[in-house]
Write a protein that binds this ligand. Structure first.
Ligand SMILES: Nc1ncnc2c1ncn2[C@@H]1O[C@H](COP(=O)(O)OP(=O)(O)O)[C@@H](O)[C@H]1O
Ligand SMILES: [Mg+2]
Length: 389
């Protein structure tokens, strides 16, 4: 077999394992922010531990390859990956309900410096998901490094149904960064779960009561402005630093504290939001419809010529965004649709065979009779028909 083919067969195998693993995980949430030090890892760890204390099965994946902080924050630097009876490696067991994985325990020594080039990062992250057994999970929380680089991009491509949880602090600069993260999500087609404002207000170390030392509430205002969900706020609390350093997340170490209560409320809102988003998908309140086009206003009818697609994001029977995307010639139609996280495709007279292929990937076909219709208008008609029904 030529080398190129062999390599692509191995990659196909890996993609298959990744898909199998992901199908066993109900909700995937990537914690992200424009800059570092805003508390992403802190939020990710407390969210994961908090959910596991409520009897959810949780995985916590640290994809910060340059500065992994999850093992330290969990106080679990000594724990190693487990080997399953079938020989596969399993994520590290932190408690009966919580597993995690980070690059740190896979490196020879704590402070070994690795130069990560883009492609190696991508392959490491894919192995974290496909080669390591996570089992069945209710939630997979992914802690990403700051910014919009290789790591969040790989997650967006590898886990098309992951939601983004955006973290900000009340400062103006951090709020500007949120807008960048929102644009990133729109570009890579990642649905946004909502926004958390961290370090919002101050918990007095003497009396344990909240004090509004700094400005707060900017996150909520921004969320409203940008049309995304506001999920809650976490105050500045010196015990967060201390418990983070000691490896005892505050939700477990001080469950009665105001800060742990703030996390509880955040977690409640996150559970409700993930369920709502899943429901929207099932009830087709949220749809992403692809329409093959030959020119901006003309439907393409023959699969051999499918190349340009208008992609419509629909929420509550309204078009949120329309985007025109080109499929590269070497990419199959189905791979393209999956990468674009398409839920529906609008087709004129599709063949049985094509309909079956789409059906297998759970992409629904919307059939039209008028191949000369204007795509925008066809989508609008379809939505108004559904609104009547
Ligand atoms: N609400 C908070 N109150 C006090 N300290 C916090 C809070 N959130 C995070 N920190 C501290 O800020 C530092 C950076 O947090 P971290 O979660 O590592 O940020 P990121 O992952 O975004 O870089 C850590 O020392 C952490 O303990
Ligand atoms: Mg971090």
């Amino acid at each position: 077999m030529p080398v190129g083919k062999e390599k692509s067969a191995i990659l196909d195998q890996q993609d298959k394992r990744v898909r199998e693993q992901l199908s066993k995980i109900k909700h995937k949430i990537m914690v992200m922010s424009g800059k570092g030090g805003v508390g992403k890892s802190t939020i990710a760890v407390n969210l994961a531990v908090g959910l596991s204390l409520q009897d959810f099965m949780v995985g916590l994946l640290d994809v910060d390859l340059h500065g992994p902080s999850i093992p330290k924050m969990l106080g679990a630097r000594e724990l190693k990956l487990s080997r399953r009876p079938d020989g596969r490696l399993g994520a590290i067991k932190y408690s009966p309900n919580l597993k995690f994985l980070s690059i740190e325990p896979l490196l020879p020594s704590e402070d070994s410096a690795i130069i990560w080039r883009g492609p190696i990062k991508i392959s490491a992250i894919k192995q974290f998901i496909g080669d390591i057994d996570w089992g069945e999970l209710d939630y997979l929380i992914i802690d990403a490094p700051p910014g919009t680089g290789d790591e969040p991009l790989t997650i967006a491509k590898t886990i098309p149904d992951a939601y983004a949880l955006l973290v900000t602090t009340p400062q103006e600069v951090s709020l500007i960064d949120v807008k960048k993260s929102i644009r990133f999500c729109q570009k890579v087609k990642m649905r946004i779960l909502g926004l958390v404002e961290n370090m919002s207000g101050f918990i007095c170390p003497h009396c344990g009561k909240p004090v509004d030392l700094f400005k707060r509430g900017g996150g909520q205002k921004l969320a409203e402005e940008m049309g995304i969900r506001y999920l809650g706020r976490i105050p500045v609390d010196p015990r967060i630093v201390d418990t983070g350093d000691r490896g005892k997340p505050i939700v477990g170490a001080y469950p009665e504290s105001i800060t742990a209560e703030a996390f509880d409320e955040l977690i409640r809102n996150i559970i409700a939001a993930t369920e709502l988003m899943q429901k929207e998908l099932l009830e087709e309140k949220y749809m992403r419809i692809a329409v093959p086009v030959s020119a901006p206003n003309k439907i393409e009818t023959s699969e051999e010529r499918f190349s340009l697609f208008s992609i419509y994001d629909i929420e509550n029977k309204r078009i949120l965004v329309k985007d025109v995307v080109k499929k590269s010639d070497d990419q199959s139609l189905l791979d393209f649709l999956k990468e674009q996280v398409v839920t529906h495709i609008l087709l004129f007279n599709p063949t049985e065979e094509l309909s079956e292929r789409l059906d297998k990937e759970n992409i629904k076909v919307l059939r039209i009779d008028d191949k000369d219709g204007n795509p925008d208008q066809l989508i609008k008609d379809l939505l108004s028909e559904r609104a009547k029904a």
